[in-house]
Design a protein around this ligand. Structure first.
Ligand SMILES: Nc1ncnc2c1ncn2[C@@H]1O[C@H](COP(=O)(O)OP(=O)(O)OP(=O)(O)O)[C@@H](O)[C@H]1O
Length: 355
């Protein structure tokens, strides 16, 4: 599936030209993007790239130095305006869930409903605990909950006041692998059922690809790319995005008359200047083994068993960095075997080599 994601919904949350420095060092540089109502956006990036700072600015616990944040037509920050965090109608869920240890589950969930009539609070608490699948835990205290249960309670608490938008900072990172996928799928289903949009921070590319309607790859305080997950994975706009989103191979070449020649084929490079050093990037699955007569000669260096697949590392006889390709776990090949390699040209992206 390589088609472009559906066009983004009309802007509902708008971030325009937002910057923030700490002690003179820029944490966010001129960030602009928009989110549609009910949309799920992932912020993905390496440690320190500014993901949490951006989330905190939207929540209102941090103020931008420049730019504006608008939600459903209301200016939250910017042009002299500032709406306090509790008046924004935005929910926040942290990595550690931050449940109040001295309150039971029902009281934790009721916390954000203070000031409302008792019967209404009780009804809403029951409703969200039921949809989150934790109504039977209402009387327990946080230390009596498993990781998955704590996550569901935290989600119920965040959703109870009917937020317009939910901000989630690494919400699944405390769960182990198997549980993480289940809780993640349930959380997403719940957000969609309640029609609550969310911005989810993660540093895990596979999580962002699985969860996001659209995904923003951040790098050094800026948004390097923002698009649908399939588009970004298959047609990455930069080498950084390509490499951040998953395994890949890089083969060097030089632009000559609008293309680059490599041992694995000749690829179009219409945007590069004559003589400009270039890199051809492609995913492991774009490479296949073939007869020596029909492909570039290479040797099997090593292989890693991945369960469903075998990731095979090879070197081209012409030299260069090792290449990776994925084979079914049942595939037959031998260590140090001489094989032919074929590359699907449609899966190749050419970038200017930096430096
Ligand atoms: N309150 C603060 N005071 C000083 N520097 C800060 C503060 N908050 C963030 N920073 C700095 O701003 C930059 C961005 O931090 P931020 O926490 O937003 O990154 P992140 O992408 O969320 O990282 P991680 O994935 O490690 O949580 C970092 O260099 C960080 O050290």
């Amino acid at each position: 599936m390589t088609e472009r994601a559906a066009p983004p919904p009309p802007p509902w949350l708008s971030i325009e030209g937002v910057s923030r420095r700490f002690d003179g060092v820029a944490a966010l540089k001129d960030i602009s993007f928009a989110l549609g109502a009910g949309e799920i956006l992932c912020l993905l990036g390496a440690s320190g790239c500014g993901k949490s700072t951006l989330l905190r600015l939207i929540a209102g616990v941090e103020r931008p130095e420049t730019g504006a944040i608008t939600l459903a037509g209301q200016v939250l920050s910017g042009s002299g305006a500032f709406v306090e965090p509790e008046a924004r109608g935005i929910g926040f869920m942290f990595q550690d869930y931050a449940l109040f240890p001295h309150l039971n589950v029902a009281d934790n969930v009721a916390f954000g409903l203070k000031g409302r009539p008792r019967a209404e609070v009780q009804a809403r608490v029951n409703e969200v605990l039921t949809v989150a699948g934790v109504a039977h835990l209402a009387d327990r205290f946080p230390h009596m909950l498993s990781g998955g249960e704590s996550q569901r309670v935290a989600l119920a608490r965040a959703l109870a006041p009917r937020p317009r938008l939910l901000l989630m900072d690494e919400p699944f990172s405390n769960l182990d692998q198997g549980l993480r996928e289940t809780v993640r799928a349930e959380t997403l289903a719940l957000l969609r059922q309640m029609q609550v949009g969310a911005i989810i921070v993660t540093h895990d590319p596979s999580e962002a690809l699985a969860v996001a309607d659209r995904l923003a790859v951040m790098h050094a305080g800026q948004i390097e790319a923002l698009d649908g997950p399939r588009q970004l994975y298959h047609v990455p706009p930069t080498l950084y995005v390509a490499q951040f989103l998953g395994a890949g191979n890089v083969v060097p070449g030089v632009a000559e008359r609008g293309q680059i020649a490599t041992p694995l084929g000749v690829f179009p490079a219409p945007d590069l200047a004559q003589g400009q050093p270039a890199l051809a990037f492609f995913r492991p699955q774009a490479l296949t083994l073939c007869d020596l007569a029909e492909g570039a000669a290479a040797r099997v260096l090593r292989h890693d068993f991945l369960g469903a697949q075998e990731r095979v590392f090879l070197t081209l006889e012409e030299g260069g960095a090792p290449l990776q390709l994925d084979l079914p776990a049942t595939a037959q090949f031998r260590l140090h075997e001489r094989v032919g390699l074929r590359l699907d040209p449609a899966a190749v992206r050419v970038f200017a080599a930096e430096g």
